[in-house]
Design a protein around this ligand. Structure first.
Ligand code: S3P
Length: 448
């Protein structure tokens, strides 16, 4: 069997010739996970096109296959899921490996909490060091028996499913993963489960529940679901990943003379905070066509036009709508006149890496001036935009850090090298194909 290359580094030069092209993106990661999960829990056949074939979603797919769900792949992006209904999963003979994927581990925990069998969830070193008590504490309150290091805070997690009781959860952190885990467990609880968030996080689970025929009640920041409702099978294309498109949006803004058309990108206000920040930076959206749906979610076509970039400020309340875009927004901020501030970004510390630390390390090495006070980030604190210089930087095995630094390399003087870029496959396996499509030259070094 062909073994995947383990270490891969990428070098890029400053891009000075105009790039152009029309791009569509593989399925949104959050939506692709949910399509597989909801398809598996529904009754009958669901088919999805444009599913993300990145490693994170493959983990979710393999987990359900291991629990007896048949998933046929016409291609890696076109899946037919033969749903087993809420009660149809069976125990996996082996541990369910979630790899690098927080969404797989946290949402699966919710589903497994309501099963009549025991499961074990494992992950890679990054995932095994990310906090799980934010989910497991609530699931335990609902009646699940969960074991793991530090009082079920770290994987591996052993989950003994039980008959669940509903809870009325008041979250202290806005997290779609936590909200979704509780709502999915709520499907197995007898009675009405509610979750209230401090600020709305992405509402895909709510949208999917409604689209798959489950009645939910949304009242501001509170969402409730009555247990025992059946999911009806559905088929639809997955909207293009707005978090992946964000890297190309940055290129459209930063590369001189760039002309990029974006096709069928997910357009959900709980995810598109980056659109609002770009507008505040002075970027103009053109050719806006938002008339289409991709199953439960809206999509939009657009292009971008940028002149001089203005600094931005992001308050804590806005963070959930752009949480995965902060790394690339930090790159954009280095090129803006004025001081950009990202307030209270503590959640970035518990992503695939501590993104405050890893992005600051990489960008500072390239010459950026960044000050961090507790969890607030000041970029260009002296108000002047930075001339980045090419050098060797590290992704710290975090896909979004890797792609952000590759983009930084495209505007830095000379040549830049980004170490450990294999991780990009977790969320955006076509990243380099799309760079080639735009005519951007890069070099990949693989060490086996
Ligand atoms: C996700 C939610 C976000 C996001 C992650 C995917 C989801 O995490 O960072 O990449 O699919 O629900 P949190 O909800 O924990 O902030």
């Amino acid at each position: 069997m062909k073994k995947a290359p383990m270490i891969q580094s990428v070098s890029v030069h400053k891009v000075s010739t105009p790039v152009s092209g029309a791009l569509s993106f593989s399925g949104d990661k959050s939506l692709s996970h949910r399509a597989i999960m909801f398809g598996a829990l529904a009754e009958g056949k669901s088919s999805f096109t444009n599913v993300l074939s990145g490693e994170d979603c493959v983990c979710t797919r393999k987990a359900f296959e291991a629990m007896g769900v048949t998933i046929e792949a016409e291609s890696p992006e076109t899946l037919t899921v033969w749903g087993k209904g809420l009660g149809g999963l069976r125990a996996s003979a082996t541990a369910l490996d979630c790899g690098n994927s927080g969404t797989s581990m946290r949402l699966l925990s919710g589903i497994l909490a309501g099963q009549s069998f025991e499961s074990t969830l494992t992950g890679d070193p990054s995932l095994s060091s990310r906090p799980m008590r934010r989910v497991t504490d609530y699931l335990k309150q609902m009646g699940a028996v969960i074991e793991g290091r530090d009082n079920a805070n770290y994987a591996p997690l052993k989950i003994k499913g039980q008959r669940l009781s509903p809870i009325d959860a008041k979250l202290t952190v806005s997290s779609a993963q936590v909200k979704s885990a509780i709502l999915l467990a709520g499907l197995y609880a007898k009675g009405c489960t509610s979750v209230t968030e401090p600020v709305l996080s992405r509402d895909h689970t709510e949208n999917f529940m409604e689209y798959f025929g489950v009645k939910i009640k949304r009242e501001g920041l509170r969402v409730s679901v009555e247990g025992g409702q059946k999911l009806e099978a559905r088929s639809f294309p997955i909207a293009g990943d707005v978090s992946s498109a964000a890297f190309f949006m940055a290129m459209a803004v930063l590369l001189p003379g760039a002309s990029i058309e974006f096709k069928s990108v997910l357009n959900n206000p709980s995810r598109t905070g980056i659109f609002e920040v770009l507008k505040r930076m002075g970027v103009v959206f053109g050719n806006w066509n938002d008339g289409k749906m991709a199953g439960p979610e809206k999509v939009v076509d657009f292009s971008l036009n940028a002149q001089k970039l203005k600094a931005f400020e992001i308050k804590k309340e806005e963070l959930p709508s752009l949480i995965d875009e902060v790394p690339i927004l930090m790159v954009l901020a280095t090129q803006a006149e004025g001081v950009s501030v990202i307030h209270d970004a503590d959640e970035l510390r518990v992503k695939e890496s501590d993104r405050i630390e890893t992005m600051t390390t990489g960008l500072r090495k390239m010459g950026a001036d960044i000050r961090v006070e507790k969890n607030t980030i000041y970029i260009n604190p002296n108000g002047k935009k930075t001339l980045l210089r090419g050098t060797e930087v590290d992704s710290f095995k975090d896909h979004r850090v890797a792609m952000s630094l590759v983009v930084a390399g495209m505007i830095a003087k000379g040549e830049s090298g980004v170490k450990d870029t294999h991780c990009i496959n977790t969320s955006f396996p076509t990243f380099f194909d799309l760079l080639s499509r735009l005519g951007i030259v890069y070099k990949v070094d693989t060490i086996k």
